[in-house]
Design a protein around this ligand. Sequence first.
Ligand SMILES: Cc1cc2nc3c(=O)[nH]c(=O)nc-3n(C[C@H](O)[C@H](O)[C@H](O)COP(=O)(O)O)c2cc1C
Length: 353
Amino acid sequence: MKTEPAVLSPEETSFLVRQRVARLATADGAGEPHAIPVCFAYDGRLIHLALDEKPKNVPATRLKRVRNILENPNVALVADRYSEDWDLLAYVMVRGRAELVKPDREEHVAAVRLLRGKYYQYEKMKIEENPVISIRPERVASWGALDAAEGVEPLMDALLGRRSVRRYLDKEVSEEAIQKVLEAARWAPSPHGRQPWRFAVVTRYETKMRLAEAMGEEWRTNLEMDGQSAGVVEKRLEGSRKRLLDAPVLVLLCLYLEDLDVYPDAVRQGNETTMAVQSLGAASQNMLLAAYSLGLDTSWMCAPLFCPHSVTEALGLSQELVPHALLTLGYAEGDPPKRRSRRPLDELVVYRD
Ligand SMILES: Cc1cc2nc3c(=O)[nH]c(=O)nc-3n(C[C@H](O)[C@H](O)[C@H](O)COP(=O)(O)O)c2cc1C
């Protein structure tokens, strides 16, 4: 156990800012304690908490934590990690003085921005109308494996467990699961944060059929142009058609370039588009991993890239959307027959000191 009078150490700071929830302890003038879980954001100097649970017509100043702070500004905030692996246990406890920062103060704007940056849920809540609690740390105590990599195993499980599935059970995917998968895409990194992608979700058989037929026609032309025999063409078309029709859900990933920066030269404009394509890949991977962690399976089909106009026409999409890929979504019929092995890291990485 380490107790130090100074501000937070780098280890304590990096532990604290990764936590999504902490416990705030206050006491009233008579020393009666009160502790509650809170969302918080730390700006490197102060810890800020929003007041968001105000029932209608009740001023935020009626909340017990606020009344306590007004009577006695000494507070403690503890953020902790629990794990069944006790080598990972850790906490940081900050003691300091809390202040109620009213909306008319400049610091309030910055605190609200910080809190909204950390918790997207605050974007839709009127936290700017209430005071913010700002705590100035005076003493810090911490313990345990502050630096341990947390939560990596479930992510590695999804990264290594995900594989392309090309045959699905006839089992419906819930609307809720589809929404979660799309939500995962929304959080992908993108150039300038512009999210240059749009998604079309297809579940109805008739629509899948229309799409499969439109894509099939164009593919037939291409295969014939490549000199493939009629038998091979039919076989490949039938395989691809079946994949689309048998997948419970199709998500079409389109590039949407309208919000990107515009440059006078072709090189930079080309780079801007490349960045958009890169981030479409990131959005796609987010979906694949989210689906896998929800117990769903996926595969990635590049076909729309080769027949974008047929796809937009079949689905009645705006011309500004450029189809790039199709994800199939469902429950695997069985273990997929093959999975590509991977090159060892030493073939993929060079180190330069
Ligand atoms: C950009 C891209 C395009 C792909 N297009 C197809 C495709 O058209 N058809 C297909 O069956 N798989 C497609 N895949 C899936 C790859 O074949 C697959 O990810 C790879 O073989 C590794 O196997 P795994 O996903 O099971 O790990 C595509 C993957 C990527 C990233």
